[in-house]
Design a protein around this ligand. Structure first.
Ligand code: ADP
Ligand code: MG
Length: 222
């Protein structure tokens, strides 16, 4: 369901070009849980951003569910990303002026501004499943970091993505909260068959994956 071919990313900086991703070939089958591990600076986030349609590759291709992501136009890419790919980021990424339920509903409302009862119902159901049923009307600053991350997962799931990308989603949280959040991500993978690609520093966690991808210097290493 996910296929990267000779994927590359270089950044132009004042000190010259930096190669972050240096020719990656990667295949992940539908419904799998794949973990990406590697040291800080090895290119993991750059790779995830290209797979997620957030950062244009310098070379190579990303194919998700048969669609060559970066051959789409801007509108097509935005639509595909919003509808098919869920992204959970490393740090809090909720909009602070919106309630949790609004944050979760938002990706389903793009293109329309009317408050849609069905969308809000689904947002409430997702938040409840993630243990936040009592916090629908709370603002992000009113809940804990772990609860914010749960809400970010709910937001990533509102459009039933085929591919869920999580880039060190728990690295800033305490150990117990990390376990709880990871259990939620694994449950989505197992119960809904959502393909899960997770970047983690946590080896114990990576060992639970069906596929482990080691990255060093922008390449896959054995
Ligand atoms: P990781 O997520 O594994 O820590 P990154 O993909 O964030 O790795 O970074 C890989 C390399 O690319 C690093 O050397 C980093 O400094 C560089 N890099 C990442 N983003 C940028 C950017 N926006 N501009 C310039 N260099 C960047
Ligand atoms: Mg990173």
């Amino acid at each position: 369901m996910l296929s990267c071919r000779d994927l590359r990313k270089s950044y132009v900086t004042e000190r010259g070009a930096v190669t972050a991703v240096d020719g990656i070939d990667l295949d992940v089958e539908a419904g799998r849980f794949a973990a990406i591990i590697g040291r800080s600076g090895s290119g993991k986030s750059s790779l995830m951003a290209m797979i997620g349609g957030l950062s244009r590759p310098s070379g190579g291709t990303v194919t998700v569910d048969g669609t060559d992501l970066w051959s789409l136009g801007d509108d097509g890419l935005a639509g595909f990303r919003n509808g098919r790919i869920g992204f959970v980021f490393q740090f809090a990424s909720l909009l602070p002026t919106l309630r949790l339920v609004d944050n979760v509903a938002l990706p389903a409302m793009l293109g329309g501004t009317a408050v849609d009862a069905a969308i809000y119902g689904k947002a409430a159901t997702l938040l409840a499943r993630l243990g936040l049923g009592g916090h629908l009307d709370a603002y992000p600053s009113e809940v804990s970091a772990g609860e914010q991350r749960r809400a970010a997962i709910a937001r990533a799931l509102i459009n039933d993505p085929a591919l869920l990308l999580a880039d060190e989603p728990t690295s800033d949280l305490d150990e117990q909260t990390e376990i709880e959040i990871m259990d939620e991500l694994l449950a989505v993978n197992r119960e809904q068959g959502t393909t899960l690609l997770l970047v983690t520093h946590n080896l114990a966690l990576a060992e639970q994956a069906e596929q482990i991808v080691h990255i060093a210097g922008g390449r896959i290493v054995a």
